[in-house]
Design a protein around this ligand. Structure first.
Ligand code: URA
Length: 440
């Protein structure tokens, strides 16, 4: 079997066999197949697509290119959540301890921010001392104690994906449903899960711009997960405006703490509770959505979710004094409000501009090796439908550098619009894809 024969087969729109897919990925992971052949294959897949069986084999082959985490000694149901990423999306920080408080085990391996979307690891690392590089044994010890742990991807986890993702980034092959599916799922399924919830974002602040594309990606991932023996569900959620009122690492940690203390913003709390419902059903803690909702609401109200978050920070080396008193976290030098140009109601609150402004402030990165500034970002962000009076803040910019502040102000100029009459509040949860909706 020669690699070029397999490339030609996919180029001509044929279905690849299991042997061919495994041969290709194995050779690539072991450095026996050059980048140019993998790039040609990625482009052939991009143009010709793959059927669900091919995608499941590709996912499995990429997952097995590295180590799998052996979580079999954890007896609780293991369920995780993956979000395709957005602006102000800090749900993981709240959700993992919340569902742990309800009886699930969550071995959550998260990523860093890239481009305009933030990353869970950058947020957690803004807590002084918090370690994201736990060994597998440490990860399992933390989960056995408190039910969840949030860490970063190790070098041994799905190395074929690491190489292929970098290659796709420079060969115009990122936006391919089979390749995105395999890339996301191979890392998540290496966690040894029973179930996985996907939050597929769509809109201007997400890489899936339309609900139709988001649905296609969600359905493919759900089917592949099911084919690999996992219980799966997905939510499709709006990412045209920022989730919650903040974007930026420390600012998002503070908002997560507030939400864990049951005093967070409505949209963020609602998405976290809906996600918890789906995860508790996936983990078979309950069959009833109403019971799942009540359990999750109780874990926020009685402080148990917050206590688990605090303990997770402590067990992973973080300074818990910053959790008890978030004013001890890094603060930016300049806090500058952006005034509303008129009185009325917010009719546009563009997440993409907020994300770009965060990157220029230094909260995000444009290259994987860049450092982020934990303190900077944007807070007090208004949402579509909020009433505002002329001169009152639409948001507050947190900056450490005057030039960056000016660049962020420039980017945010056209991002908010004010209308005289109240516009309809856009829906946050657009669709749910689960056993009830797809009949599984
Ligand atoms: N996230 C990933 O991990 N991979 C993709 O291909 C896209 C988003």
């Amino acid at each position: 079997m020669l690699p070029q024969w397999i490339i030609e087969k996919k180029r001509d729109g044929q279905t690849l066999t299991e042997e061919e897919i495994r041969f290709f990925i194995d050779a690539y992971a072991k450095e026996k197949l050059p980048d140019y052949q993998m790039a040609a294959m990625a482009m052939a897949i991009f143009i010709r697509g793959m059927n669900p069986k091919e995608i499941a084999i590709l996912t499995d082959a990429m997952m097995r290119s590295g180590d799998l985490i052996n979580t079999s000694s954890i007896k609780k149901p293991k369920v995780d959540k993956h979000s395709t990423g957005g602006i102000g999306d800090k749900v993981s920080l709240i959700l993992a301890p919340l569902v742990a408080a309800c009886g699930l085990a969550v071995p959550m391996i998260s990523g860093r921010g890239l481009g305009i979307t933030g990353g869970t690891l950058d947020k957690l690392e803004s807590i002084p001392g918090y370690r994201t590089n736990l060994s597998d044994a440490e990860l399992i010890r933390v989960i056995k104690k408190i039910g969840c742990s949030i860490i970063g991807q190790t070098k041994q986890l799905a190395p074929a994906d690491k190489k292929l993702y970098a290659l796709r980034d420079v060969t115009g092959t990122v936006a391919s449903i089979p390749l995105i599916t395999a890339s996301i799922m191979c890392k998540k399924l290496a966690e040894g899960l029973d179930g996985l919830l996907l939050d597929v974002k769509c809109g201007k602040g997400a890489f899936m711009r339309t609900q139709k594309d988001a649905r296609a990606l969600a359905l493919t991932m759900v089917r592949v997960g099911n084919a690999m023996g996992k219980r799966m569900a997905a939510v499709i959620t709006d990412m045209n405006q920022t989730l919650g009122n903040t974007a930026g690492n420390v600012l998002e940690v503070v908002e997560s703490i507030e939400t864990l203390q049951n005093r967070g913003p409505k949209d963020l709390t609602e998405l976290t509770l809906v996600s918890a419902e789906e995860m508790l059903i996936l983990g078979r803690i309950t069959k009833s959505r109403a019971t799942a909702r009540a359990m999750a609401e109780k874990a926020l109200a009685d402080g148990s979710a917050f206590r688990i978050f605090r303990k997770m920070v402590e067990l992973q080396g973080g300074d818990v004094r910053t959790i008890d008193d978030p004013s001890r976290l890094a603060q930016a030098k300049f806090k500058v409000p952006m005034p509303a140009p008129a009185s009325g109601f917010v009719s546009l609150a563009d997440a993409e501009s907020v994300g770009k402004a965060c990157v220029v402030l230094g909260a995000g990165r444009t290259r994987t090796d860049e450092a982020v500034d934990p303190a900077v970002g944007i807070s007090h962000i208004l949402h579509i439908g909020d009433a505002v009076t002329k001169g009152a803040p639409l948001l507050v910019i947190h900056a450490n550098d005057k030039k960056r502040l000016a660049a962020a102000q420039e980017l945010l100029k056209g991002a908010f619009k004010i209308a005289k009459s109240k516009p309809k509040t856009p829906k946050l949860i657009l669709e749910r894809i689960n056993g009830e909706t797809i009949g599984k």
